[in-house]
Design a protein around this ligand. Sequence first.
Ligand code: NDP
Length: 287
Amino acid sequence: MSNEPNYKAELVGVFGHPVAENPTIVMQEAAFRALNLNWRYLTIEVYPQDLADAFKGLRAFNMRGINLTIPHKVEVLKYLDAVAEDAQLMGAVNTVRRDGNRLIGENTDGKGFLRSLRHDAGVEPAGKRVVVLGAGGAARAITVELALAGAAHITVVNRSVERGRELVALLANNTPTTAEFVPWDGPFALPAATDVLVNATSIGLFPNVTEQPDLDYNTILASMTVCDVIPNPPRTPFLAQAEARGATTLDGLGMLVYQGAIGFKMWTGHDAPVDVMRRALAQAFGL
Ligand code: NDP
């Protein structure tokens, strides 16, 4: 090893608008410190009309990668050299990694959910019957990864009929799973054969912490695994209802940590210190 000084930091970060409240920096920088890596995670405000210039800057600064958040996850596709198959299916990219001079689009949201489902809840998605509430970005990412991992059947329940139908068509036409859409126009009653229920809507997100999805909660059975994507606060009224009925529960903090951990590995090549990242985020959320 050379003793030459090296003052250069490797740069990653997030482009978004609004972006100031995005907490990802907290867990990524904690992970860099834990592994003694001279890397920085920058939280960068990029207005919608400036994304092309932002990508020129990213290339010029030799940044090692970037996260995308609202409103750039779809628009970013224009500025990439290649896109991973799952992200292509979702039509959205939340993580860009470098392969030499090429920028590759990935989506780690659904992968983070699956890792949390397997590691934290001990549930293997293959062969499972899943009900997903919502058809937005989080629901798309989760259902595509569940389908690619061999889920047997996916029911999408959504308020907007068009969005729900579109997601079900995407799953049915591009993955081996069977999928159906149910319009959400009253308390939804779960089929008894449901293995996994996921709230992939924004209902319950801070500051609306007392809100819960419109469900017939008595149809939740102890045999089910009930998951929420809401990371803050992680213990939502929805999960409390499921817990009260004896179901296994999984909060959205795990998904957030794992999607970041997967991005960390893509960027640095190192396994992420997941516990360090989880503690840093929990502290940032005041837990
Ligand atoms: P989108 O805006 O793309 O989608 C929102 C979804 O929630 C839509 O299906 C929408 O239905 C539904 N929805 C919102 N409010 C209501 C309501 N009052 N009643 C019924 N349905 C409702 O958002 P995202 O998918 O990007 O994000 C959803 C949530 O997931 C956010 O809270 C976000 O914080 C969380 N998330 C968590 C991650 C994690 O790592 N834990 C990662 C990514 C997201 P409709 O189509 O009818 O409008």
